[in-house]
Ligand binder design. Structure first.
Ligand code: PLP
Length: 376
């Protein structure tokens, strides 16, 4: 098999061996349906409870505040639609979000707009941050939900979550964050940050694809997502993906146990990457300001074509991205770069290199030499 240099860890990550090994017994030995009353279902049922406890302890939540889902997209849909539609009187309200959210949030909001809700889009600053002052200007008691992502998936910019949640609460408004890119990579404590709901996806932190969770603070009043069974305390029906959930909890714990060590490794590689790239004298700017996720590097090469860079890097066996993972087929300038008013000349020449704990310094050199070959 051809060897690749994989530098698109914001799109997805390799599963940890410990997670893989933890999940396999639940595929071929302990494969019972966790909802059945017989003894054969005891082990999967216990595994689900342990996974809930492990995940809760990794983000500072209580176990019964963790609800398993199929991933980030479902968690975002649930949080937004479940709050928008929770008014028993059928009233319409405002939902405040940002202009550079993932499409799972933006399109959930658009669906709610069709039902009559008003959607307010906060504009990010040029450095990729949503200013708390901007939220303060827009928010009124009439709003029902504020949803701002923990870290942007194209630029890596980390948002002032505690301040934003505090402003929402001053007005009695709930606060949701799409933390799909951040969970397992930075320290998150939902209770001390004042987060009411948080979306996460296992495949972004070395777990399995098609598996995620939504943290829901007790008393949020969120509507159930799926009807048809008593799973997830009657909130999300459907036979539980026990192997995926076990892998997710194991991967998250593994990342959280080694958080500082992984961060240091990735930040050191990021510094080396930027040092080597600067040495090539190829003109570039980095997007995303000072507070970014470790290893997520958005670069604009003025006058270049990001799409062409991606394809030529692919021919060299190097996987990078032009921006949002779910949008790489789209040759339009991304809504994220439009939201920060990046000049077209820069926006068109933008790529995302996202490093992870399995990358090596050797690979960093290969990525930079690849860019030098194409742009130098
Ligand atoms: N939210 C963000 C910020 C993402 O980056 C992604 C995936 O790229 C998602 C949501 C969707 O997550 P999933 O792939 O688990 O549906």
């Amino acid at each position: 098999m051809k060897q690749y240099v994989y530098a698109d860890n914001a799109a997805t990550t390799k599963m940890d061996m410990v997670a893989y090994e933890a999940m396999t017994p639940y595929l071929v030995e302990e494969y019972g349906n966790a909802s059945q009353p017989y003894v054969f279902s005891r082990a999967p049922k216990k595994a689900l409870q342990e996974a809930r406890e492990v995940i809760a302890s990794c983000i500072g939540a209580f176990p019964d505040e963790i609800f398993f889902t199929s991933g980030g997209t479902e968690s975002d849909n649930w949080a937004i639609k479940g709050i928008a539609m929770s008014d028993v009187d059928g009233g319409v309200h405002s939902i405040i979000t940002s202009a550079f959210e993932h499409h799972a949030v933006l399109q959930s909001c658009a669906a709610m707009e069709k039902l009559g809700h008003r959607i307010i889009y906060l504009k990010p600053e040029r450095n990729g941050e949503i200013s708390p002052d901007v939220l303060r200007q827009e928010i009124t008691e009439e709003a029902r939900l504020v949803s701002v992502m923990y870290a942007n998936n194209e630029m890596g910019s980390i948002q002032p979550i505690k301040d934003l949640a505090g402003i929402a609460h001053e007005k009695g408004v709930l606060f949701h964050t799409d933390a799909v890119q951040a969970v397992g990579h930075v320290d998150i404590d939902v209770h001390s940050l004042g987060i009411d709901m948080l979306s996460a996806s296992a495949h972004k932190f070395n777990g399995m694809k098609g598996c995620g969770f939504l943290y829901i603070r007790k008393g949020c009043g969120l509507l159930p997502y799926a009807d048809g069974g008593a799973q997830e305390s009657g909130n999300r029906a459907g036979t539980e993906n026990v192997p995926g959930i076990v892998a997710m909890a194991t991967a998250l714990k593994n990342n959280c146990d080694h958080l500082e060590e992984n961060k240091k490794k990735v930040i050191d590689m990021e510094k080396e990457f930027l040092r080597l790239l600067t040495e090539t004298n190829i003109p570039f700017v980095r997007n995303g300001g000072l507070h970014t996720l470790p290893g997520l590097i958005s670069l604009s090469f003025p006058g270049a074509d990001g799409e062409a860079i991606l394809h030529r890097m692919d021919l060299l066996g190097i996987c990078i991205s032009t921006g949002s993972a779910c949008n790489s087929q789209d040759t339009e300038i991304s809504h994220v770069l439009k939201a920060i008013d990046l000049d077209e000349e820069y926006a068109k020449g933008t790529i995302r290199v996202s490093l992870g704990k399995y990358n090596t310094l050797e690979e960093i050199e290969i990525i930079v030499r690849g860019l030098e070959k194409i742009l130098g």
